[in-house]
Design a protein. Structure first.
Length: 118
């Protein structure tokens, strides 16, 4: 399997597709587990599409399309923390940390950054 660049605004991180698919699947479980507002259901649809139509090196969580307001950014940060806190899988924990850092503006790597987060 390939790798994909998870992008938000001008920054992001590279991850193995299998790790990203596992993280998105965990996120979808969280989104489907509760009575959620319509905009959260739309996030789930976007991610379900990303999981179903992703190809090696082409899985895109579409964060720029999803995180269009402060409430959505806060929700995503909380969701990432919840996923990281509720798993024993070190790959999912690490991806949750990377998602939170990216969304909160603490991660400043670009597609050409030589940083290996694994």
């Amino acid at each position: 399997m390939g790798t994909s660049f998870v992008r938000y605004k001008d920054y992001g991180f590279w991850t193995r597709d299998e790790f990203l698919l596992d993280w998105l699947t965990a996120a979808l479980r969280e989104l489907n587990a509760a009575d959620t507002p319509e905009w959260q259901i739309e996030i789930g649809k976007e991610w379900d599409d990303a999981v179903m139509t992703g190809f090696p090196g082409g899985i895109n969580p579409r964060l720029d399309l999803i995180l269009t307001g402060e409430d959505k950014i806060q929700f995503m940060s909380g969701l990432s923390k919840k996923i990281g806190d509720s798993t024993n899988d070190p790959k999912i924990k690490r991806l949750s940390e990377l998602f939170m850092a990216l969304i909160e503006g603490k991660l400043k790597s670009t597609v050409s950054s030589p940083i290996d987060y694994w």
